[in-house]
Design a protein around this ligand. Structure first.
Ligand code: SAM
Ligand code: SF4
Length: 266
């Protein structure tokens, strides 16, 4: 499906929870987060039905994200439901990998094709500081489990402050090179202030070629991370929500007061 700027929209990112087992400094405040009420969270059936409609309209690529998607109970079941939609050519997940050792094999069996894993430093202390308490060994174990399960190609998302030559980024690049992983470096962004970064080695941050729609865990379809435009998929039929999002997808977003990475899905 084409939007008003002739962009082919074929990619849906689905945030399945706004909860997370980490508190990365650039993503979530340490406390006082207003979380979505459990009763508002989309059920797996709602997500699957919505995705089927989106696929009928042209979506071919789906990413499950969050919050931390593996922090939602039975996330593997959702993967199985989505992988049953045969027109989806690329079904992936973005995860912090803390729980990946437990789930990698099951995710693969359920039909997940690949994972992107967030890792900003390979230094245990720095990792603990950035994530406010994360244990890096769990991430390394999770990555190894993903490799063993064949969830590849595995991409590593590394948020950078200034440039890809900074020491933590260089060390992550080396770790990726040694382990057959693809490193992608993401400029730290501030959605509220409209500080918009690019993804070095990836496709994010390029408005002219943006192909995405985003579905939040509480059922709002958003055409742009840097805009407050959203449509409640529970208040209209799914196809109408998709048409509206397509029609109102901005040429380039400016900023957003309602979107956060953890609720809108990075
Ligand atoms: N919890 C999962 C994870 O961390 O991989 C999935 C959700 S997280 C919101 C998705 C991606 O958004 C992560 O790679 C994270 O680094 C990125 N992210 C979060 N806040 C960001 C920010 N302020 N600027 C740039 N990237 C950000
Ligand atoms: Fe959680 Fe991912 Fe945000 Fe870190 S970046 S706080 S892991 S949602």
């Amino acid at each position: 499906m084409l939007d008003n700027f002739n962009r082919q929209i074929n990619y849906l990112r689905i945030s399945i929870t706004d909860r997370c087992n980490l508190r990365c400094v650039y993503c979530m405040p340490e406390e006082g987060i207003k979380l979505v009420d459990h009763s508002s969270i989309l059920s797996f059936e709602e997500i699957t039905e919505f995705t089927k409609t989106a696929v009928r309209m042209g979506i071919r690529k789906v990413r499950i994200t969050g919050g931390e998607p593996l922090a939602r109970r039975r996330a593997v079941d959702l993967v199985r439901m989505l992988s049953g939609i045969k027109e989806i050519k690329d079904l992936s997940m973005t995860t912090n990998a803390i729980l990946l050792t437990k789930y990698a094999q099951d995710l693969k069996q359920a039909g997940l094709m690949r994972v992107n894993i967030s890792l900003d430093s390979i230094d245990p202390e720095k990792y603990r500081t950035i994530t406010r308490g994360g244990e890096i060994q769990k991430v390394f174990d999770g990555i190894n489990s993903a490799i063993a399960a064949g969830l590849s190609p595995i991409k590593i998302n590394c948020v950078i402050k200034k440039n890809i030559d900074e020491p933590d980024a260089a060390a992550v690049q080396k770790y990726c090179d040694e382990n057959g992983l693809i490193a992608r470096f993401i400029d730290e962004m501030d959605i509220e202030k409209g500080q918009f970064g690019i993804v070095h080695g990836g496709s994010g941050g390029d408005c002219a070629n943006c192909n995405r729609l985003r579905l939040t865990s509480d059922g709002f379809l958003k055409p742009c991370l840097f805009s407050d435009i959203s449509f409640n998929i529970r208040e209209m039929d799914y196809a109408s929500a998709i048409k509206l999002a397509l029609d109102q997808k901005p040429e380039c977003g400016l900023n957003s007061y309602s979107n956060k990475f953890y609720n809108t899905g990075g």
